[in-house]
Design a protein around this ligand. Structure first.
Ligand code: HEC
Length: 126
C-alpha cells in the first residue's frame, strides 16, 4: 500500500513537472514541437520528411514486373505532412510496425504528439 501511494505521489510530481514546462513558456509549444520533430526519441522526422511541406523521394529501386518481366523503377516517398488531419496524424503516429515498412514506430505521449502536431501544421507558414 505504501509503495502504491508513493508511486502515485511520484507520478503526480512528474506530471506537474512536465506540465509546468509547457505552460510556463520556458520553451514555446512551437519550439517544443520543433525539438520533437528533429529528435523524437528515434529517427528524426526531418531525415525523411525534410521540411514536411512537400513529398520527398527517400529511395529509388528497381523491381521486376510480374507480367512484363521488365525492370521498372520504383520509389519510396515520404509524403508532405503539413496538411494532414489530426486523425490521420494520430493514426499514423500510434500505428505499429505492421502498418508501414518504412516509417519507424514511435512511442510518444499525448502531450508530445499534440506539440508535434501543432508544429507540423505550421511547417509551411514559417
Ligand atoms: C524512415 C523515414 C521516415 C521517418 C523517419 C518518418 N517518416 Fe513519416 N512517413 C514516411 C513514409 C515513407 C510515409 C508514407 C508511407 C507510410 O505511410 O508508411 C510516411 C507517412 C507519414 C504520415 C502520414 C501522411 C499521410 O498523408 O497519410 C505522417 C503524418 C508522418 N509520416 C509523420 C511523421 C512524423 C511526425 C515523423 C517523426 C516523429 C515521421 N513521420 C518520421 C517516412 C518516414
Amino acid at each position: 500500500m505504501r509503495l502504491i501511494l508513493s508511486v502515485i505521489f511520484l507520478s503526480s510530481l512528474l506530471f506537474s513537472a512536465t506540465k509546468n514546462t509547457l505552460d510556463n513558456s520556458f520553451i514555446t509549444r512551437f519550439e517544443y514541437g520543433a525539438m520533437l520533430y528533429e529528435n523524437p526519441r528515434g529517427v528524426g522526422c526531418i531525415s525523411c520528411h525534410k521540411k514536411g511541406d512537400k513529398p520527398v523521394i527517400i529511395a529509388k529501386y528497381k523491381e521486376k514486373d510480374k507480367k512484363t518481366k521488365k525492370l521498372v523503377e520504383k520509389s519510396i516517398i515520404a509524403p508532405a505532412i503539413n496538411n494532414v488531419s489530426y486523425e490521420v496524424f494520430i493514426d499514423k503516429m500510434t500505428a505499429d510496425k505492421t502498418d508501414s515498412k518504412v516509417m519507424p514506430t514511435y512511442f510518444l505521449t499525448k502531450e508530445e504528439l499534440d506539440s508535434l502536431f501543432f508544429y507540423i501544421k505550421r511547417l509551411n507558414k514559417k
